[in-house]
Write a protein that binds this ligand. Structure first.
Ligand SMILES: [Zn+2]
Length: 75
């Protein structure tokens, strides 16, 4: 009788493992960011070149493509 209980526990454990697995398989294999993801472009206040927001240099009057242009525009 003990063996039957052990067998039921093992079967229950296997069933539990099988229940857990589909969640991992449903997850996206590798969710890479799309290369053409919309990134806001900011125009340089000195030369007008559009630069990504992450690369833009912030000045008092607005964004700039480089710190050199910020100095030229703002002194
Ligand atoms: Zn510029």
């Amino acid at each position: 009788m003990k063996l039957l209980v052990l067998l039921l526990v093992i079967l229950g454990f296997v069933w539990w493992i099988r229940q857990q697995r589909p969640q991992g398989m449903n997850a996206k294999p590798n969710s890479q960011p799309t290369p053409d993801s919309p990134q806001s472009m900011l125009p340089c206040q000195h030369c007008g070149t559009h630069v990504p927001e992450s690369d833009a240099v912030r000045g008092r009057l607005g964004p700039y493509c480089s710190s050199a242009h910020r100095q030229l525009a703002e002194g």
